[in-house]
Design a protein around this ligand. Structure first.
Ligand code: ATP
Ligand code: MG
Length: 335
C-alpha cells in the first residue's frame, strides 16, 4: 500500500443506533491501514438532543466545516426537531449526493451486470422542511432553482467523464410538475451543451422506476431532484444487495461528507450484526475524494472479495457473522 504522507483532518460523527457500530468498525479498519488521518469527533442526532438540547450543535457544524472531509454514521429522527443530516448537508453546501450502484459477485439478484451512479440534488426540492397549512389543508414547498439545477447537472456530467461512461439520464416529472421540473429539465439540457461527447436522455420518474428493474444496465449516470433521487437510490440499492452495501458521498465545492445510505436501524441496533460494508465503502469514497485512489480501490476490492467468498457475511446478506468479523475479514484482504 502506498499512501502519501499528508495528514487529513477527518470529522467523525457517528450519530445513533447502528451508526455508532458501523462507524467504530470503519475506524478500526482505517486505523489498521495506517493512513495519515487524524480523527476529530462530533455529536449529532437523537442522543445528542437528549444530552445537549439540539440535534446538531454549532461545534459539530464548525468541526465539519474545518475538516478535510466528514464521516457520518446515521441519526435516529427526533420528534419535533429538524433532521441533523439534512441541515448538516445544507450547512456544508454539499449539493451533490452521489450514490454508486454496482453488482456484487456472490449476491443473488435479478441482474449481475449493473454499474451506474445516481446523482441526487441535495439542497432543495421537497426537502426544504417547509410545510404549512391548517387542519384541513397542508402544503409542502418544492423549490427548484436554475442555479442548483445547473450545478447538479454539471456535477453529473463531470462524474460521467470521471467514470469514463457515456450517458447522463435526467429524471423528472415535468408532465405534472410543469414549472418546477420544467426548470430542472431545461437546466440539464443547457449544461449538456458543454459536454457534446456525452449522450443524454430524460425520463419520467415513474418510467425510470420500472426501467431500473427491467433494464438497469442501460444507465450510466442518473441525475434527479432531491426526493426522486432518494427513492430511486433505495430502489437501486435493493437491486444489488440492499442497504448494507450502499455507500454515498455528499460533495460540494469545498466540502465532502460521506455516509451509508441506510439509517440508524433501531431494529438491529446493539446486536453487533449491522453490515459495516456501506459505511466502509463510504470511507472508500472519501479516500477517493481526498485523492487517495489506490487505497480507496484496495478497500473496494477487499469488500468485493469478502462478499464473493460467501463465507463471512452479516445476517442481512444471509450469513451469521458479526459486524467486527466482517470488518476483520476485509482488513485481512487488504494487508
Ligand atoms: P431510520 O429512521 O434511522 O432511517 P429505519 O428504521 O428507517 O431507521 P434503516 O436504517 O433505514 O431503518 O433500515 C431499514 C431496514 O434495513 C431495517 O430493517 C434495517 O434493519 C435494515 N438495515 C439497514 N442498514 C443495515 C445494515 N447496515 N446492516 C443490516 N441491516 C440493515
Ligand atoms: Mg430509513
Amino acid at each position: 500500500i502506498v499512501v502519501s504522507e499528508i495528514m487529513y483532518d477527518i470529522a467523525v460523527i457517528s450519530g445513533d443506533g447502528i451508526g455508532r457500530e458501523v462507524m467504530s468498525a470503519c475506524e478500526y479498519l482505517l486505523d489498521k491501514l495506517d493512513l495519515k488521518l487524524s480523527f476529530k469527533y462530533g455529536e449529532a442526532g437523537f442522543d445528542c438532543f437528549n444530552k445537549n438540547g439540539t440535534t446538531l450543535p454549532e461545534e459539530t457544524i464548525k468541526l465539519a466545516n474545518d475538516s478535510d472531509a466528514v464521516l457520518f454514521g446515521a441519526s435516529t429522527s427526533t420528534p419535533g426537531q429538524p433532521s441533523p443530516i439534512i441541515n448538516l448537508r445544507k450547512e456544508l453546501n454539499v449539493y451533490a449526493n452521489i450514490r454508486p450502484i454496482k453488482s456484487y459477485k456472490g449476491i443473488n439478484s435479478i441482474h449481475d451486470d449493473i454499474d451506474f451512479v445516481i446523482v441526487r440534488e441535495n439542497t432543495e426540492g421537497l426537502y426544504s422542511q417547509a410545510e404549512y397549512g391548517d387542519e384541513n389543508k397542508v402544503i409542502a414547498e418544492r423549490i427548484i432553482t436554475r442555479r442548483a439545477s445547473e450545478r447538479i447537472s454539471k456535477a453529473a456530467f463531470n462524474l460521467c467523464v470521471k467514470r469514463g461512461q457515456s450517458k447522463v439520464t435526467c429524471v423528472h416529472k415535468s408532465n405534472v410538475l410543469k414549472k418546477t421540473d420544467g426548470v430542472f429539465k431545461e437546466s440539464f439540457y443547457k449544461i449538456a451543451k458543454e459536454y457534446p461527447q456525452i449522450k443524454t436522455e430524460d425520463f419520467y420518474v415513474d418510467a425510470t422506476a420500472m426501467y431500473l428493474i427491467t433494464q438497469p444496465q442501460n444507465f450510466d449516470v442518473i441525475v434527479s431532484s432531491n426526493l426522486f433521487g432518494d427513492i430511486l437510490s433505495d430502489e437501486s440499492a435493493g437491486l444489488v444487495g440492499g442497504l448494507g452495501l450502499a455507500p454515498s458521498g455528499n460533495i460540494g465545492d469545498h466540502n465532502g461528507l460521506f455516509e451509508p445510505v441506510h439509517g440508524s436501524a433501531p431494529d438491529i441496533a446493539g446486536k453487533n450484526i449491522a453490515n459495516p460494508c456501506s459505511m466502509i465503502l463510504s470511507a472508500s469514497m472519501m479516500l477517493d475524494y481526498l485523492g487517495e485512489w489506490e487505497i480507496s480501490n484496495d478497500i473496494k476490492g477487499a469488500i468485493e472479495k469478502v462478499i464473493s467468498d460467501c463465507k463471512i457475511r452479516t445476517p442481512d446478506l444471509g450469513g451469521d457473522s458479526s459486524t467486527m468479523e466482517v470488518t476483520k475479514a476485509i482488513v485481512k484482504e487488504i494487508i
